[in-house]
Design a protein around this ligand. Structure first.
Ligand SMILES: Cc1cc2nc3c(=O)[nH]c(=O)nc-3n(C[C@H](O)[C@H](O)[C@H](O)COP(=O)(O)O)c2cc1C
Length: 480
């Protein structure tokens, strides 16, 4: 795996060369761009670069559909060669996580992000073509493919996360974070002391920073260091003099400012068409960010990660979730795991683990650990399915076959109650929502042959590999 690009512009060149970029002119920021993105996601289209957007000068561009899917685009973003299979990618990422070594950013004085630096009345967030993405959104969302950077006041660790950001006024934004997001834990620490939380946001940046920002990296591990480690070289940052926070030196658009405690100041935010495929939240009073400094490159390129029913919003090869589970199972000393994959909304609602069973209770233990691996937010881990080692976890048809044929629902399905979920999950009932209780159960499906009578289990109909190979070759014209 080798990642060739140095910044977003370098990545765009790679997309173009691989025929994975389409350029669109004269689209309207008001719903039309969102609609184009929805159709593009449905068709699993490649990346889109919008220019000459209605009401905006040429050069003020927006890049969408640039990393999650299709697999070809994801592979370009992560430098994954074609000859590495999807399952091997998960294996590689498992090892990467297990061998993680931080590669911190280096501070530099200058960088393209400083090409334009604006303060006071010159700040205008409407200067950029932030789309009104979906018909019933509460406003224009400049932050979907963004970074939100803040610093833990106790340890000094710098966190980065992707959270939606709505524009209210020229210099006023609001943002939404799910409970349990590290960014939320950090900002609360400032607010509990009655202080404003210093914030940096980026609205266009190196795809690897965005990737790190959207992944569930453990508390205390800076996404800057993680992104540097994955890329194989450190990121360059400038230090913002308003907040003391780092800004990627090659970012396209960034702001620095302060988020006051919400009991002092807040505004209605939302609804917003969310990654669940629904308008997930009612208008709600959310924390604000007062923008004190605006940085942008000449002819800036904003990144957008539009959400809709067809855009699962995380990676089609689920490097953001499956390797975590596998690595945790290994760390717990769990033997016999053959592969891990994940499906469903966000590519993380349904986890599948294939295991070579060695003892009674083995599959159940794997399932119990896997079901509680993630931090729990955003519907991760709602369903955990364990399958035997003859099932390819990345092949949903095989997984569905195992669930259909190896499970007695009375004894092989379990419900674990009271886990954290997200307010964005439309299945949270109104009465729980009213008391801000977003807990939800998780389900374990043990789709392995029951260990104690596995040898009596009906034999699978299949032909020996050499017979299959022979007919494949002899009658190849049937499947060419
Ligand atoms: C396109 C996209 C949009 C997201 N929007 C939000 C959001 O609005 N609020 C939120 O809490 N998480 C959102 N997430 C998920 C977080 O970015 C993710 O959970 C991340 O790990 C949070 O980082 P943190 O735990 O370090 O704070 C989004 C993810 C993606 C891919």
């Amino acid at each position: 795996m080798s990642i060739e690009y140095d910044d977003l512009r370098g990545y765009i060149k790679i997309l173009e060369k691989a025929n994975c970029l389409k350029k669109i002119e004269n689209a309207d920021w008001n719903v039309e761009i969102g609609a184009i993105c929805e159709v593009n996601s449905e068709k699993k289209g490649t990346a889109l670069l919008f220019d000459k957007i209605k009401d905006y000068p040429e050069g003020y561009r927006l890049l969408t559909n640039f990393i999650f899917q299709p697999k070809k685009v994801q592979r370009l973003a992560f430098g994954i060669p074609d000859n590495v299979s999807d399952n091997e990618v998960i294996l590689e990422w498992r090892d990467k996580l297990a061998n993680y070594k931080p590669l911190p950013p280096v501070e530099v004085e200058a960088g393209p992000i400083k090409e334009n630096v604006l303060t006071g009345s010159d700040i205008d967030m409407f200067k950029f073509p932030a789309p009104f993405w979906h018909i019933h959104d509460g406003g224009r969302y400049i932050g979907t493919g963004d970074l939100n950077i803040n610093r833990d006041p106790d340890t000094g660790y710098v966190n980065m996360g992707t959270y939606r950001v709505m524009i209210h006024e020229k210099d006023m934004l609001s943002y939404f974070m799910s409970p349990s997001a590290h960014g939320d834990i950090i900002r609360e620490k400032y607010w509990q002391k009655g202080k404003d939380c210093p914030v940096v946001l980026c609205f266009g940046q190196d795809p690897m920073l965005f990737a790190a920002s959207t992944m569930q990296i453990p508390w205390g591990v800076s996404e800057f260091d993680f992104a540097g480690y994955i890329k194989g070289r450190p990121f360059e940052v400038i230090i913002d003099d308003v907040t003391g926070l780092p800004i990627p030196a090659a970012a396209e658009i960034a702001i620095s400012g302060f988020a006051p405690p919400p009991d002092k100041e807040s505004r209605l935010e939302g609804p917003f068409g969310e990654w669940t495929g629904y308008y997930a939240s009612e208008p709600f009073k959310r924390p604000l960010i007062h923008v004190k400094k605006l940085y942008h490159r000449n002819n800036p390129i904003m990144t957008g990660a539009p959400l809709n029913k067809f855009e699962p919003a995380w990676y089609e090869i689920p490097i953001h979730y499956a390797p975590n589970i596998w690595e945790r199972l290994l760390a717990m000393g769990m033997p016999g795991v053959q592969g891990v994959w994940s499906y469903g909304r966000g590519g993380r609602t349904i986890a599948v683990i294939s295991v070579k069973q060695s003892y009674v209770g083995h599959a159940q233990a794997v399932a119990n650990i896997a079901a509680t691996v993630p931090r729990g937010a955003a519907m991760a881990g709602k369903y955990t399915i364990v399958v035997d080692d003859d099932i390819d976890p990345s092949n949903w048809d095989e997984v569905a076959w195992a669930i259909s044929s190896r499970v007695d629902p009375e004894t092989q399905i379990e419900i674990l109650r009271g886990h954290l979920n997200t307010p964005l999950d439309p299945a949270v009932p109104p009465e729980k929502r009213a008391r801000q209780d977003y807990s939800m159960a998780r389900v374990i499906i043990n789709a392995c042959r029951p260990y104690h009578w596995r040898k009596e289990f009906a034999e699978v109909i299949t032909y020996p590999p050499e017979v299959r190979e022979k007919v494949k070759q002899k009658f190849s014209y049937l499947w060419d």
